[in-house]
Design a protein around this ligand. Structure first.
Ligand code: CMX
Length: 439
């Protein structure tokens, strides 16, 4: 059975669960909201639903119930690799089933058809100043693609029907996940390889194809696979996933929705932190002026950053309260890769890992002094020759497309509502504060 047919069965089987919850248990209270949460970014308020991933503060992410090591172990691997293909992960994220090799091959063949990006998209990117941030180029490319949205066409066809609307989201979502690495490769080549563009490899999986399109070596193929999978999904409340979900809840099509999600990912407190980490490290190395990094000089650099009122990039998290397993997975990759393990930059990042949690704890502000995904990711890219760190968030965005697109496909499948929380005024908060709560 095709991925779409499997998904159809799953969505139809799931719908009665959602209907029963709203019809029979709609008034059951599952959370309350404090003034802190109202002013403080709705932290920890339970008001979003997704079955695609769940983030436990202590354990970290589970994709469809599986930890990162379990996910990597369970999925069919790319030929000659110990890493799964992005295509098999997409099948798994959408359906919750580990696909067979035949099912993966089917997705791969489907993506090959979807991967062709129209020339006008590349022309739109080219029309931008060459020193535009690559995230701007990525966002513009997604918006440029909107004119061919199958969901938007269906909506305006006069035949729009809520029951099957998800099928058109699935079509756009699949086009977006298949095309994102192609667009990313184009941007990379345009900006950093003097516009030397390599063609799509008609036989390669998404990770291998991306590596080849940007002129990388074979060893980078696993880096791309690992990177795209690790960055895919982090439940629904993070800025990029939440923005995509919010925008799509107005029935804006997946192109509008993911372009908006990408704009959120481009914030330094979110995805842009991976470029900030590298620039922080480079600045620090420059200050060292050839001196070896030690616990003492790393401690000083961390305090200099904190005393200047800045955040230490790559550390802290809104939900996590321990080392991010996505950090650990990348650290393990480094430790298991000869050469990378002894790379001076990796050594420095390891020294920061030894030092920063203690410094941040002493500083006493952050609720989580441990590293997140972004603290480790740039070092791997740098080692393989991707030294242009302003590109790193685009790589994050290629991965994040998988989670965001799987989520909005299910949003439509289950008919989730237009998102519209209620705001209040400061005077109302003051009144409820004086009265000890809203009566
Ligand atoms: N360095 C210094 N201060 C930090 C800090 C860090 N790494 N992390 C948090 N803090 C500070 C906050 O700025 C906040 O200070 P104020 O009270 O002055 O506003 C205080 O500690 C409490 O913050 P928190 O509740 O622990 O964290 P939040 O949920 O508000 O924010 C995050 C989470 C990730 C934005 C924050 O930890 C941060 O800014 N980290 C650095 C940037 C980063 O790595 N972002 C990437 C996150 C992963 C991703 O989305 O890609």
């Amino acid at each position: 059975m095709s991925l779409k047919d499997t998904l159809k069965q799953k969505i139809e089987a799931h719908r009665p669960r959602t209907t029963k919850l709203t019809k029979e248990f709609g008034t059951v209270v599952i959370d309350h909201v404090t003034i802190d949460q109202c002013i403080g970014g709705a932290r920890d308020v339970r008001c979003l639903v997704t079955d695609i991933s769940y983030l436990d503060p202590q354990e970290g992410i589970r994709f469809r119930g599986m930890t990162i090591p379990e996910t990597f172990a369970a999925l069919p691997k790319a030929p000659g690799s110990t890493y799964p293909t992005v295509e098999s992960f997409w099948y798994f994220l959408l359906t919750g089933d580990v696909p067979t090799q035949a099912q993966v091959d089917e997705v791969l063949a489907e993506w090959k058809v979807r991967q062709t990006v129209p020339e006008y998209v590349f022309a739109a990117i080219r029309a931008l100043p060459r020193d535009s941030h690559p995230m701007v180029m990525f966002s513009v490319a997604l918006l440029a693609l909107q004119k061919d949205s199958k969901f938007a066409k269906f909506y305006s066809s006069g035949k729009f029907n809520k029951g099957v609307a998800w099928e058109y989201v699935y079509e756009d979502a699949s086009d977006i996940v298949a095309r994102s690495p192609i667009i990313a490769a184009f941007i990379y080549n345009l900006k950093y390889r003097a516009d030397k563009q390599n063609p799509i490899d008609p036989t390669a999986d998404a990770g291998a194809n991306f590596a080849r399109m940007i002129g990388q070596t074979k060893t980078y193929e696993d880096v791309a696979r690992m990177y795209f999978i690790l960055h895919s999904d982090h439940e629904s409340g993070n800025v990029s996933a939440h923005t995509t979900h919010l925008v799509h809840s107005a029935l804006s099509d997946p192109y509008y929705a993911y372009s908006a999600g990408i704009n959120g990912l481009a914030g330094p407190l979110h995805g842009l932190a991976n470029q900030e980490v590298l620039s922080w490290i480079m600045e620090f190395q420059k200050k060292l002026g050839g001196e070896a990094p030690t616990k003492e000089n790393v401690t000083k650099a961390l305090w200099d950053t904190l005393n200047a009122g800045q955040v230490v990039p790559g550390y802290g998290h809104a939900v996590l309260r321990k080392t991010d397993p996505r950090y650990q997975a990348q650290r393990d990759f480094c430790l298991n890769t000869p050469g990378l393990k002894d790379d001076p930059l990796f050594q420095l990042v390891s020294m920061i890992y030894e030092t920063a949690p203690g410094v941040l704890t002493e500083h006493g502000k952050t609720k989580n002094p441990w590293p997140n995904v972004d603290a480790q990711s740039g070092v791997i890219q740098w080692y393989y020759g991707l030294k242009e760190w302003d590109f790193y968030t685009v790589l994050f965005g290629v991965g994040r497309a998988l989670g965001c697109m799987a989520n909005i496909t299910w949003d439509r499948g289950l008919g989730y509502a237009l998102e519209r929380p209620k705001s209040v005024t400061t005077a109302m908060l003051e009144k409820w504060a004086a009265e000890g709560g809203r009566k």
